[in-house]
Each structure stands twice: as C-alpha cells, then as structure tokens.
Design a protein around this ligand. Structure first.
Ligand code: PMP
Length: 369
C-alpha cells in the first residue's frame, strides 16, 4: 500500500534504524524548543481563503500572534537582548531597560524572565492601567512618565536611556534605532516566508512602528528574489511615512491620529532608513477600512486580529487587486484582538470614534461589549 512516496520511505527508514537513531529522529521530528526563546518564530503562514477567492490571488498572513508573547515583537525582543549579550553589554543578573507601551514590553518581559534578567519599562502615562498591570504581572518594573514629544528630554525613550546609563550591567535596548530589531526579520521572518511559499511570492506589505518588520522582510525578500518581489508600506492616518514616500522624500509634521495601536511613525528610524529606497510604493489605509477588516477576518476566516493586522490585510488586498489575478501577496498578522477587545467590540467606543458606519450591518452582531 505504501510502496511509493514519502510514507513508504519513512516507514522503511525507521524500521532499519538502530533504536538510538530512531529516538533522535523522533525527537527532531517533534522539534522541541529549548525554553521559551526557542518557541519564538516559525509561525504559520495562513491563506486568507475569502480574500484570495475575491481577488483571484493568494493572500497570505504570517500568524505572528502565535508567538509566545502573542505578537511579532517577540522576535525583535529576543534579537535585541541576544545582541546585547553578544556585545558583552549584558551579563548574568543584568538589567534590560526599554521605552515601550505595548508588545515590545510584553516580548521583552517573556525573554527577560526566561533568561533571568531584570526588566525596567518606561511608558507614557496616557497608557491604560491594563497594560501597566500586564507588564508588572510578567515581572517588569514599570514607570509611567508624562507623555511628551520625542524631542523633549522627559520623553519616555530618553528616560529609559538615562536609567540604563546609571546602572552597571544594564542595557537600553532602544527598539526604534537598534538594528538588531531589523536583523530579526532578515534572519528569521523573511527566510520563513520564502521557505513557506517555496519562493512563490510576488509582493509583501505591512505597516511600521519601529520599521524593523517591514525593513527586514523587504531586505530579505528582495535579496532572495533578485529584486523581483515587490514591497509596499501600509500606513495609518497620523503617520508621516506615506506622504514621505509618495512625495519623494519630504518629511511633514505629524498630524492626526489612528485607532491602530503600535504603528504609525513621525520620523525615519535607523531600522527603516537603510531599506526605504527598496520600497516599491506605499498605501494609506483609513481607520474605517481597518476596523471593517477586523470584523471581516473574524466572520470570514475565524481570525481574531488587532487593528494593525487588519490594516495589513486591507493593504494586502489592495496590493493583490493592483497586481491582478494569479499573484501571491504576503502580509503580517502582528497580534490578536485580545488586548483591544474592550474598544474594538464596544458600541460606545465605536460611536465615540465615529466608526459605527464602517461596520456592515451583517457584522454588527459581533459588537457585544
Ligand atoms: N503591529 C503591532 C500590533 C505592533 O505592536 C507593532 C510594533 N509596535 C507593529 C505592528 C509594528 O512592528 P515594527 O515595530 O516592527 O515596525
């Protein structure tokens, strides 16, 4: 019955193997992660069936919500800590300091706990008590400080830098301008996408916070494909990058805001700078479209996504429509909706943000809070 094909080969190989070899083969097949950090990455690449049918393309989402800390930022967290260790800046019992209000803090908390480092987080005091509680619960020391712009010395990033400088055996991981963040995606996410699609990928798109994900994956896919794979930035309202790219390099003042947390940028970070020129264009995605896609992904695909992921899916759909039938477009499902449910699925919040009209009637049954 299994004379041909993989199954017959595997069965006969196992039958012939010595018991010790057999055990090694089984253990490798199960792929045991060496601690929590070994479980970061190697996430699923999910075909979004409905959008693929609608566009005649393969629309694929990299399920970064499957990382142990629940987001794409676990990869950068691991790389910035490993980079500090390799440079001798962080030794046993040391302290990691970062300015972050979101997923990077959660990723760092997991990585620091598993490696035995102290973690100190500075964040703007405009952030919810829920975020502070979660970080404290994961073992971090949290300092909420007044929310002031990046050019002010009291800004949470600069306070984090000064805190690390005051301590021995401590590092400010500096996710925005530390290019170990971008390297995480050149060395892991990019190759995974290439391998999972067998190199059959035509375009990539995602939004940026630090820029590490977009820049790193773009760099890898361009190199692997000899420049064939196209890459597009997806930008929310209140970010300056879309106008910077479409105007050919004019950096406007930041104005406006978006409900998409964790993305949008007011400057060109060191993570983004080396690869900006590689981009083939950018898309501006409205909050209305992002919120609608949160609901569509839940209803059509069973995917419970945060708003930045939904924005990425809208961008992937628009890129697919632009390229035409038969193409493969990949994007990032950065995190789940768990931390945002009290807003994204609340009628009162949607009304305050004037987003109720963005939700088609047949999807309003999901507004349960
Ligand atoms: N989506 C979410 C939910 C995030 O938290 C972040 C990081 N702030 C991003 C997207 C953007 O990732 P990156 O920092 O690599 O640009």
């Amino acid at each position: 019955m299994f004379r041909h094909g993989v199954r017959s080969f595997a069965t006969s190989a196992l039958r012939m193997a010595e018991p010790s070899q057999h055990l090694v083969a089984v253990s490798k097949a199960q792929g045991i992660a060496k601690g929590l950090t070994g479980a970061i990455g190697n996430t699923a690449l999910i075909r979004l069936n409905r959008l693929s049918a609608e566009t005649g393309c393969e629309v694929l989402g990299k399920a970064e919500f499957m990382n142990p800390g629940g987001s794409v930022k676990d990869r950068a967290a691991l790389y910035v800590v490993q980079d500090a260790e390799e440079r001798g800046l962080l030794r046993a019992g040391g302290t990691v300091v970062e300015g972050t209000a979101g997923n990077t803090g959660i990723g760092l908390a997991h990585v620091c706990r598993s490696k035995g480092y102290r973690l100190v987080i500075y964040m703007p005091d405009t952030q919810s008590q829920g975020k502070i509680d979660l970080l404290r619960l994961l073992g971090a020391e949290v300092y909420p400080v007044p929310a002031v712009a990046f050019d002010k010395p009291q800004n949470y990033n600069h306070q984090a830098a000064r805190h690390a400088a005051r301590l021995d055996n401590a590092v400010w991981t500096n996710q925005f301008d530390n290019v170990a963040n971008r390297r995480a995606h050149i060395e892991t996410t990019g190759p995974e996408i290439w391998w999972q699609t067998g190199g059959k990928v035509d375009a990539f798109t995602c939004a940026t916070g630090t820029g590490g994900t977009l820049a790193g994956i773009t760099r890898y896919l361009k190199d692997a494909s000899g420049g064939r794979v196209k890459s597009f930035l997806a930008d929310p309202p209140g970010s300056v990058l879309h106008s910077y790219i479409s105007s050919g390099g004019e950096l406007a003042e930041r104005s406006g805001s978006s409900i998409t947390e964790g993305i949008g940028q007011g400057r060109i970070t060191d993570n983004l700078a080396p690869d900006l020129a590689l981009l083939d264009g950018s898309l501006h995605i409205s909050d209305e479209k992002s919120v609608e896609m949160v609901y569509r992904c839940l209803d059509e695909e069973g995917l419970y996504l945060g708003a930045s992921s939904a924005l990425n899916v809208v961008a992937a759909k628009e890129v697919a429509e632009k390229l035409g039938k038969g193409h493969t477009v990949v994007t990032i499902l950065a995190d789940g909706a768990y931390r945002y449910a009290d807003r994204l699925f609340s009628r009162q919040w949607l009304e305050t943000k004037k987003l109720m009209s963005a939700i088609p009637e047949h999807l309003q049954k999901y507004i349960v809070l």
